[in-house]
Design a protein. Structure first.
Length: 147
Protein backbone atom coordinates (compact mmCIF):
# COMPACT_ATOMS: atom_id res chain seq x y z
CA UNK A 1 0.00 0.00 0.00
CA UNK A 2 1.14 3.50 -0.82
CA UNK A 3 0.41 6.66 1.17
CA UNK A 4 -0.61 9.93 -0.41
CA UNK A 5 -0.60 13.23 1.42
CA UNK A 6 -3.35 15.54 0.19
CA UNK A 7 -4.76 18.89 1.16
CA UNK A 8 -8.55 19.23 1.30
CA UNK A 9 -10.36 22.35 2.48
CA UNK A 10 -7.10 23.70 3.86
CA UNK A 11 -6.38 20.58 5.94
CA UNK A 12 -3.72 17.91 5.40
CA UNK A 13 -4.80 14.27 5.13
CA UNK A 14 -2.80 11.08 4.66
CA UNK A 15 -4.64 8.49 2.53
CA UNK A 16 -3.62 4.98 1.49
CA UNK A 17 -4.09 3.42 -1.91
CA UNK A 18 -2.81 0.51 -3.97
CA UNK A 19 0.72 0.83 -5.29
CA UNK A 20 0.73 2.65 -8.63
CA UNK A 21 -2.59 4.40 -7.91
CA UNK A 22 -1.11 7.43 -6.17
CA UNK A 23 -1.37 9.77 -9.15
CA UNK A 24 -4.93 8.68 -9.86
CA UNK A 25 -5.97 9.29 -6.24
CA UNK A 26 -4.37 12.74 -6.33
CA UNK A 27 -6.27 13.59 -9.53
CA UNK A 28 -9.58 12.47 -7.99
CA UNK A 29 -8.98 14.50 -4.86
CA UNK A 30 -8.03 17.58 -6.87
CA UNK A 31 -11.39 17.32 -8.71
CA UNK A 32 -13.26 16.75 -5.43
CA UNK A 33 -11.52 19.70 -3.79
CA UNK A 34 -12.30 21.84 -6.85
CA UNK A 35 -15.99 20.90 -6.73
CA UNK A 36 -16.07 21.55 -2.95
CA UNK A 37 -14.48 25.00 -3.38
CA UNK A 38 -16.88 25.90 -6.25
CA UNK A 39 -19.87 25.10 -4.04
CA UNK A 40 -18.31 26.90 -1.08
CA UNK A 41 -17.85 30.01 -3.25
CA UNK A 42 -21.34 29.86 -4.77
CA UNK A 43 -23.34 28.85 -1.66
CA UNK A 44 -21.28 30.56 1.00
CA UNK A 45 -20.02 28.98 4.16
CA UNK A 46 -22.83 26.62 5.15
CA UNK A 47 -20.55 24.58 7.34
CA UNK A 48 -18.03 22.00 6.33
CA UNK A 49 -20.29 18.97 6.91
CA UNK A 50 -23.17 20.39 4.86
CA UNK A 51 -20.82 21.46 2.05
CA UNK A 52 -19.26 17.98 2.06
CA UNK A 53 -22.71 16.43 1.85
CA UNK A 54 -23.75 18.74 -1.02
CA UNK A 55 -20.43 18.04 -2.78
CA UNK A 56 -20.98 14.28 -2.39
CA UNK A 57 -24.54 14.61 -3.74
CA UNK A 58 -23.30 16.65 -6.74
CA UNK A 59 -20.55 14.12 -7.46
CA UNK A 60 -22.96 11.19 -7.17
CA UNK A 61 -25.47 13.03 -9.38
CA UNK A 62 -22.79 13.56 -12.05
CA UNK A 63 -21.81 9.91 -11.68
CA UNK A 64 -25.38 8.72 -12.16
CA UNK A 65 -25.94 11.03 -15.14
CA UNK A 66 -22.74 9.77 -16.71
CA UNK A 67 -23.74 6.18 -15.96
CA UNK A 68 -27.17 6.75 -17.60
CA UNK A 69 -25.49 8.25 -20.66
CA UNK A 70 -23.10 5.31 -20.86
CA UNK A 71 -26.05 2.87 -20.64
CA UNK A 72 -27.90 4.87 -23.29
CA UNK A 73 -24.86 4.75 -25.58
CA UNK A 74 -24.50 1.00 -24.93
CA UNK A 75 -28.14 0.50 -25.92
CA UNK A 76 -27.66 2.65 -29.02
CA UNK A 77 -24.58 0.61 -29.88
CA UNK A 78 -26.54 -2.64 -29.43
CA UNK A 79 -29.28 -1.31 -31.71
CA UNK A 80 -26.74 -0.21 -34.30
CA UNK A 81 -25.00 -3.57 -34.08
CA UNK A 82 -28.31 -5.36 -34.61
CA UNK A 83 -29.10 -3.13 -37.60
CA UNK A 84 -25.62 -3.73 -38.98
CA UNK A 85 -26.06 -7.51 -38.64
CA UNK A 86 -29.44 -7.24 -40.37
CA UNK A 87 -27.96 -5.17 -43.20
CA UNK A 88 -25.05 -7.57 -43.54
CA UNK A 89 -27.50 -10.45 -43.76
CA UNK A 90 -29.54 -8.61 -46.39
CA UNK A 91 -26.39 -7.86 -48.36
CA UNK A 92 -25.32 -11.51 -48.30
CA UNK A 93 -28.82 -12.62 -49.33
CA UNK A 94 -28.84 -10.09 -52.15
CA UNK A 95 -25.38 -11.20 -53.27
CA UNK A 96 -26.42 -14.86 -53.25
CA UNK A 97 -29.56 -14.09 -55.27
CA UNK A 98 -27.56 -12.09 -57.80
CA UNK A 99 -24.99 -14.88 -58.10
CA UNK A 100 -27.85 -17.32 -58.76
CA UNK A 101 -29.31 -14.96 -61.38
CA UNK A 102 -25.90 -14.62 -63.04
CA UNK A 103 -25.49 -18.39 -63.08
CA UNK A 104 -28.95 -18.81 -64.63
CA UNK A 105 -28.17 -16.15 -67.22
CA UNK A 106 -24.88 -17.86 -68.06
CA UNK A 107 -26.69 -21.19 -68.46
CA UNK A 108 -29.31 -19.57 -70.70
CA UNK A 109 -26.54 -17.84 -72.68
CA UNK A 110 -24.72 -21.14 -73.20
CA UNK A 111 -27.99 -22.86 -74.18
CA UNK A 112 -28.78 -20.11 -76.71
CA UNK A 113 -25.24 -20.24 -78.04
CA UNK A 114 -25.52 -24.00 -78.50
CA UNK A 115 -28.92 -23.57 -80.19
CA UNK A 116 -27.55 -20.89 -82.54
CA UNK A 117 -24.60 -23.09 -83.48
CA UNK A 118 -26.94 -26.01 -84.21
CA UNK A 119 -29.26 -23.77 -86.23
CA UNK A 120 -26.27 -22.44 -88.16
CA UNK A 121 -25.17 -25.99 -89.02
CA UNK A 122 -28.70 -26.88 -90.04
CA UNK A 123 -28.92 -23.70 -92.16
CA UNK A 124 -25.58 -24.45 -93.82
CA UNK A 125 -26.72 -28.03 -94.51
CA UNK A 126 -29.98 -26.71 -96.03
CA UNK A 127 -28.01 -24.23 -98.15
CA UNK A 128 -25.71 -27.02 -99.35
CA UNK A 129 -28.71 -29.27 -100.17
CA UNK A 130 -30.51 -26.42 -101.94
CA UNK A 131 -27.36 -25.54 -103.88
CA UNK A 132 -26.93 -29.21 -104.84
CA UNK A 133 -30.58 -29.44 -105.93
CA UNK A 134 -30.28 -26.25 -107.99
CA UNK A 135 -27.09 -27.52 -109.56
CA UNK A 136 -28.74 -30.87 -110.33
CA UNK A 137 -31.79 -29.05 -111.75
CA UNK A 138 -29.59 -26.85 -113.96
CA UNK A 139 -27.51 -29.81 -115.07
CA UNK A 140 -30.69 -31.77 -115.85
CA UNK A 141 -32.21 -28.82 -117.70
CA UNK A 142 -29.02 -28.32 -119.68
CA UNK A 143 -28.80 -32.00 -120.57
CA UNK A 144 -32.45 -32.00 -121.70
CA UNK A 145 -31.78 -28.95 -123.89
CA UNK A 146 -28.89 -30.64 -125.52
CA UNK A 147 -30.79 -33.77 -126.27
Amino acid sequence: MANVSIKFNGKEFLLSCDDGQEEHLEELLIQLNQKFNELKNSLGNLGENKLLLITAVKVIDEYHETKKKVEQKKNELKELSAKFRELRSLIYDYRDKKEDEIQNLNERHNSLKFEIENNQKTYEKLLDQTADEITNFIDKANSEKLS
